[in-house]
Design a protein around this ligand. Structure first.
Ligand code: ZN
Length: 559
């Protein structure tokens, strides 16, 4: 076999979007996988729970997969594991993650039955591993979850830095500040390519230190005289810690509500990433034993997710927690563009109950955790990479980050902006995007089904939501092929039937014509053809009359 001189970098998710991070490094057909995240659906995807990366490219290549490394425990980096791991599974598949990331992954796997048993090797700051042609050294990176690891990867074409999600933090929570000496040491070993987090690339200046975020949160604690109800993300371990720390400082007990919030907090406590004094954390049922000014409720639902705790409290569906005058609710802004409306409704519902709402951006999983323009430039200046590829972010963020790289001295021709499914080809001398792409379209998870909701199902749901449905039941005489009686029409979400008698009468007449004409021509009756005719002709007819396109379901019954 001819020796391959270049390395392929294949982003399957996370480039051109926030979330769903997954990337492959491929050399001589050997593949290293970095992260397997999911993202939340957009507002026009009714009934879809998650979107996961498309891994068709890996089909039949199981034996070439060297292993998987995970950078940190956020769901946009690990969330797709239960949906994808079975498809690339082979015994002795090597997986690496930091202790907290490993804990979160394994805990979550318990909720999914019939999963292969994952054997995850713990790695931490300074750990070195070798996987085929790749040597990887892990290094600590600050973020808004502890135990986050960047990757220094020696490849046959040169050294690569993958920053993971990161920020430079002089005052982190339960963590050490960024080790700049270590970053400079990597740089001395010459960096061919820098892959760096773009999520904060459109934000000027420097990200806030976790200590500063805590100070800002403290203002709410200082002023509050009632209960504090703080909704955040269950994987935002640093925020959970800060709320516990502040509650202790202001003599409040903390009740934790929500399954994922409880399990993640317990796990992080056991592993030493969340610290609390004995007696601080109480059961939610015990909150009535304390004055309101001594209570913090920490819960899920910062984004107005339908099933989350805050939503249930706001809708008076929670078994025993009700909002009342004097409560202070801390809510995050939304991560998902288009989700603002849901958050707005939630906010209004809370306010109607005479409760104060603090819309606090730093409760958001992507706010405060990512390097902003000054830090991103600093990272580029430290690493002095020959080539630069911005990762993790919407297209506009990638473009901003590329601009920062130019300002930091990377020549324009050495910067590549690529999106999901593109193949980046790298050697010592050049970087380019290949013409050929690999599949990277959305794979949607709907309940427990993975990928069985395709574009067609989604389009149907969108049509149902927009224009409703229209069922036509026709009874046909088996002997003659002619319609018996008058077709039955059932419709939902289309027009109010009682006020549309004329439209319905015309529709019935047309259906009879279509069926009788088709059946009357003699020979065997092609029912699927007749159904298509009904669907098309009635569809056109209803559109000309109403400017709507309901889903039409023809039902033909032979008697
Ligand atoms: Zn993250």
């Amino acid at each position: 076999m001819e020796k391959q001189q270049s390395l392929k970098i294949v982003p399957l998710g996370g480039l051109g979007e926030v979330g769903r991070n997954m990337m492959l490094l491929e050399y001589e057909r050997k593949i290293l996988i970095i992260d397997m995240g999911f993202r939340m659906p957009e507002e026009d995807m009714p009934g879809i729970d998650f979107i996961v990366p498309n891994i068709n490219y890996l089909r039949g290549k199981q034996k070439n997969i060297l292993g998987i490394v995970f950078t940190h425990g956020h769901y946009d980096h690990i969330g797709a594991i239960p949906y994808l791991i079975g498809k690339i599974w082979r015994p002795n598949l090597e997986i690496f993650a930091s202790p907290l990331t490993r804990g979160i992954i394994l805990k979550r796997q318990e909720d999914f039955t019939s999963q292969p048993k994952l054997d995850i090797t713990e790695v931490k700051n300074g750990s070195k591993i070798k996987l085929g042609p790749f040597r990887i050294e892990f290094f600590k990176q600050n973020h808004n979850i502890p135990d986050n690891l960047g990757l220094f990867i020696e490849t046959p074409v040169g050294n690569i830095i993958h920053t993971s999600d990161f920020k430079f933090d002089p005052n982190p929570v339960n963590d050490l500040p960024t080790d700049f000496e270590k970053l400079k040491d990597f740089s001395k070993r010459k960096i061919l390519l820098l892959l760096s987090d773009s999520t904060g690339a459109e934000e000027e200046g420097h990200s806030l230190s976790e200590k500063t975020i805590e100070k800002n949160l403290e203002e709410i604690f200082q002023r509050s005289t009632g209960r504090i109800i703080a909704a955040t993300f269950s994987s935002l371990i640093n925020r959970i810690q800060q709320i516990i720390t502040l509650s202790e400082k202001y003599q409040r007990k903390v009740a934790i509500e929500g399954y994922s919030m409880k399990t993640n907090t317990e796990l992080a406590k056991v592993l030493g990433y969340i610290k609390s004094k004995k007696g601080t954390i109480i059961k939610a049922k015990e909150i009535s034993n304390y004055p309101d000014s001594r209570i913090t409720i920490l819960c899920t639902g910062a984004q107005g997710e339908g099933s989350a705790i805050l939503m249930r409290i706001a809708n008076k569906e929670h078994p025993f927690i009700r909002l009342k005058k004097g409560d202070d609710v801390i809510l995050s802004s939304s991560v998902i563009p288009g989700n603002e409306r849901t958050v707005q409704t939630l906010k209004d519902d809370i306010l109607r109950q005479k409760t104060k709402v603090f819309h606090y951006k730093m409760m958001d999983i992507h706010a405060g955790g990512h390097a902003q323009q000054e830090e991103l430039k600093e990272m580029i200046k430290i690493m002095k990479p020959k080539f630069f590829l911005p990762i993790h972010g919407q297209y506009s963020m990638l473009v901003s980050h590329a601009e920062l790289a130019r300002e930091a001295g990377v020549p324009e021709k050495n910067i590549v902006i690529a999106e999901n499914g593109q193949v980046i080809n790298l050697n010592q001398k050049r970087i380019l995007v290949e013409k050929k792409t690999v599949p990277s379209n959305y794979v949607m998870v709907d309940g427990l089904g993975i990928g069985d909701v395709g574009e067609v199902v989604l389009r149907d749901r969108q049509m149902l939501a927009r224009d409703g449905m229209f069922v036509i039941v026709v009874i046909v005489d088996k002997q003659t092929g002619q319609v018996k009686g008058s077709p039955d029409i059932i419709s939902r979400g289309f027009v109010y039937l009682r006020e549309s008698k004329e439209l319905l009468a015309q529709t019935r007449k047309k259906v009879i014509e279509i069926v009788n004409r088709a059946a009357g021509s003699g020979g065997a009756v092609n029912w699927s053809y007749i159904k298509d005719e009904i669907r098309n002709k009635i569809g056109q007819f209803l559109y000309t009359k109403t400017q709507r396109r309901p889903i039409i379901l023809p039902v033909v019954i032979e008697v």
